[in-house]
Design a protein around this ligand. Structure first.
Ligand SMILES: Nc1nc2c(ncn2[C@@H]2O[C@H](COP(=O)(O)OP(=O)(O)OP(=O)(O)O)[C@@H](O)[C@H]2O)c(=O)[nH]1
Ligand SMILES: [Mg+2]
Length: 303
C-alpha cells in the first residue's frame, strides 16, 4: 500500500482514538512530574479500558523510563509513555501468512455484531488485491441475509461462496474446504454466526465446525480468528479468554476503532492474553482494514 494511503488511514485511527487520547494527553498539560501526575495517569489509563494489570505494569515501566532518561518535563513523560505502550503492544504485531498451505483455511468467530462479516468482506478485498483467490464459507446459516451480506461485501467477480441456508454450519464449512481444495483456492474464509461465550451449545457448535474442517483437511484450520468490537471495553478480554479456551485462537481482528472505542483494551490483551492482532478496523468501508502496528497505535493514542 502506498505511504499516502497509510497516512490517511492513520489519521482515521487517530480521529477514532482521539476521545481517549485527549483524556490521557490532558494529564500532561502544564503538569509537573510528581505523584499527582502518576495518579491522574492511572485514572486516565483505567478510563481508557487498559485494565488494572496493564495499567499497573505501564506505570511501573514508565517510572523506570522517567528515572533512566532523567526526564524533567511532562511532555517528555508523555513520549516515554507512548514508547512504553508501543513496547507492550509489539508482541501483538504479526502478519497473516498466506501461501504456506493451499488453501489457507481461516475460521472467523465472535460475539453478535462484532464485525465478523464486514471484516471478512474487507479481508477478501485485501487478499484479492494481493492476487489471492478466495472462497467464502457462509457458515452463518442462521440468518437468511448472511449470504447476501457476504456477497455485497465481497466482489462478485473475484470470489465464490459456498452456502446452505438453514443447513448445518459444519457441513457448509466441510463442503467449502473440499471445494477450496478442488478448485485450487488460495484462501477459504469461514464466516460463523455471532454467539456469546455463555451460550455453551453454540460454543460447542464452533468446536464442531473446527473438528469437521480438520476432517476435510488434516492441517486445517490454519488460522482461528476472533473478531472483537473495540467498544466492548474490558469485556473484550473476557471474550478473548473464552473463545481461546474453546477454539485455540491464532489471531484477533479488532473492529470499530473509529468510533467511541478507547483502545486501551489492547494493552490489557497484551498483558493478560497476548494473542496477535492481525488487523484493525477503522470504519465501514472496504479499505477500512489495516494491519496492526504497535508504534502507530501508541502514537494515535498519545499523539
Ligand atoms: N464504524 C465501524 N463499523 C463497523 C466496523 N466493522 C463493522 N462495523 C459495523 O458493525 C455492524 C455489524 O457488522 P457485521 O459485520 O454484520 O457483524 P457480525 O459480527 O458479522 O454480526 P453477526 O453475524 O450478526 O454476529 C455493521 O453495521 C457494520 O457496518 C468498523 O471497523 N467500524
Ligand atoms: Mg455476520
Amino acid at each position: 500500500m502506498p505511504a499516502s494511503s497509510r497516512t490517511g488511514w492513520l489519521d482515521k485511527l487517530k480521529a477514532g482514538l482521539r476521545k481517549t487520547g485527549t483524556g490521557i494527553q490532558a494529564v500532561f498539560v502544564n503538569a509537573q512530574i510528581d505523584e499527582a501526575l502518576y495518579e491522574e495517569l492511572e485514572a486516565a489509563l483505567l478510563m481508557a479500558d487498559t485494565g488494572v494489570k496493564a495499567t499497573e505494569f505501564l506505570l511501573e515501566d514508565l517510572r523506570g523510563r522517567v528515572k533512566r532518561q532523567m526526564a524533567t518535563d511532562a511532555q517528555q513523560v508523555r513520549r516515554l509513555l507512548a514508547e512504553a505502550i508501543a513496547d507492550l503492544l509489539r508482541p501483538l504485531e504479526k502478519p497473516l501468512v498466506i501461501g504456506r498451505y493451499t488453501p489457507t483455511v481461516i475460521m472467523v468467530a465472535g460475539v453478535n455484531g462484532a464485525g465478523k462479516t464486514t471484516s471478512i468482506g474487507k479481508l477478501t478485498k485485501h487478499l484479492a488485491n494481493e492476487g489471492a483467490s478466495v472462497l467464502l464459507a457462509a457458515a452463518d446459516t442462521f440468518r437468511a441475509a448472511a449470504r447476501e451480506q457476504l456477497l455485497v461485501w465481497a466482489d462478485r467477480n473475484t470470489v465464490e461462496i459456498v452456502s446452505n441456508e438453514g443447513g448445518d454450519p459444519s457441513a457448509v464449512s466441510f463442503d467449502a474446504v473440499n471445494a477450496g481444495k478442488a478448485r485450487g483456492k488460495d484462501v477459504v474464509l469461514v464466516d460463523t454466526a455471532g454467539r456469546l461465550p455463555t451460550q455453551l451449545h453454540l460454543m460447542d457448535e464452533l468446536k464442531k465446525i473446527k473438528r469437521v474442517v480438520t476432517k476435510a483437511d488434516a492441517t486445517a484450520p490454519h488460522e482461528v480468528l476472533l473478531v472483537i468490537d473495540g467498544n466492548t471495553g474490558q469485556n473484550a478480554l473476557a471474550q478473548v479468554r473464552a473463545f481461546d479456551e474453546t477454539l485455540g485462537l491464532t489471531g484477533l481482528i479488532v473492529t470499530k476503532l473509529d468510533g467511541t472505542a478507547k483502545g486501551g483494551v489492547l494493552c490489557a490483551i497484551a498483558r493478560e492474553r497476548p494473542i496477535p492482532v492481525y488487523f484493525i478496523g477503522v470504519g465501514e468501508k472496504l479499505e477500512d482494514l489495516e494491519t496492526f502496528d504497535a508504534r502507530e497505535f501508541a502514537q494515535a493514542l498519545l499523539g
